[in-house]
Write a protein that binds this ligand. Sequence first.
Ligand code: NAD
Ligand code: UGA
Length: 434
Amino acid sequence: MKVVMIGAGYVGLVSGTCFAEFGAQVTCVDVDQAKIDALHDGRIPIYEPGLDDMVARNVREGRLHFSTGVAEAVPEADLIFIAVGTPTRRGDGHADLQYVYAAAKEIARHLAGYTVIVDKSTVPVGTARHVERIIREENPDADFDVASNPEFLREGAAISDFTHPDRIVIGVESERAETHLRSLYRPLSLIESPILATNLESAELIKYASNAFLATKISFINEMSGLCEKVGADVHAVAKGMGMDGRIGSKFLHAGPGYGGSCFPKDTLALTRIAQEHGVSVRVVEAAVEANGAQKARMVRKIVDAMGGSVAGKRIAVLGLTFKPETDDMRDAPALAILPPLMEKGAQIQAHDPQGADEAKSLLPDGIHYCDDPYAAADGADAVVLMTEWNAYRNLDLERLAKIMNGRAFIDLRNVYDTATLQHAGFNYACVGR
Ligand code: NAD
Ligand code: UGA
């Protein structure tokens, strides 16, 4: 099968590379010249574990290609995936669909022969039909179907999520489109990944509903963490006890500084806007969004309290800046909401992140001192804040830390350590919900 992937970002590059791995001929197209140049030079523009080897192998074996233009690859393609960004539209919280529509228009001009155009981007209900209208207007003679195939991969685990998905959702309206998609995903049906075929609207909504449900689960346990702190319960035990109930499940019940990333924040917000537009209330999702903002604000208070009620003139070592480990993605990272108020209160920040520092520099206020390793960040610090649970922070040399620090506060926003160990090492330990 010949596949064109429009957008070579976190989703497009991973999906395109995995389809090539399945044996398809894939061209990843991106308007970002620097990204495509990097890929042609054998450099991967994002940090995603395992992706470099897989890209290199598929390029070497002639199945994976990169381009800045669609003109060459589109006429040959059996399937064209749109995997461009759908960020929050400035001002109103709706998903910004300008990149999806621009891609559709661009594709339309070059279509030749029957082609399935598939939305892989996370898009509001009705987008696939609008893409269909755009293509029809641009090229009335084109022979095509539209489909929706939302993506459920997580950054940092993208390749294994893509190659071992819990399910593949395809929204289709013609047998021909369904056959094309099933045949592309055949290597996964061989390992018994279920394929759920629905109509376009259901597929589009499944994606938002799934992300909103997971975000709600996190907000739920984060609110419980606040209650645990007041009543002397341990949120780990509470989550474990809840998770043992098969109807609840143990995943996504890890309390922390609030969810971040390129998707949960924007997708929960977009879902509330979709519902408003249709006059439907989604109060649970609205509450999850609000609770997430409150959790981040609560983390600022927790840090200030742990440092004796004031951070003015104090030095804080921040370990981890990205929204989760194993990615360089800083989009909506909790650090972006937690560090600026601490700086406004007079704190000096010394930060370390294994992959995200470059991106962080463009998003966080000036004045942060970026360090090459966690101990350099902790040097002379009054407190350590563990913001993101990178493996590099899971086994810190506590003795060394105590020696180089000025103070003894250790605020663990990811509950990586246990209280007894940190107290034994001489730290004043604060964590979330324990
Ligand atoms: P991204 O910003 O990393 O990548 C998008 C890419 O599209 C960029 O490289 C951009 O230059 C390119 N682009 C924009 N307009 C283009 C055009 N007309 N032609 C060609 N290229 C174009 O975004 P992402 O994180 O990969 O997300 C893409 C979509 O997938 C979003 O809708 C997102 O919600 C969804 N999604 C993301 C993830 C994730 O983990 N990041 C997971 C599931 C779904
Ligand atoms: C999430 C979903 O998990 C994917 O299924 C989905 O495809 C993707 O969004 C998307 O639509 O883009 P991702 O954002 O990469 O994936 O990362 P997650 O592992 O879901 O983490 C999101 C945020 O929630 C992170 O800030 C993480 O620290 C936080 N989180 C996660 C918790 O605070 N507690 C948990 O138990 C789990």
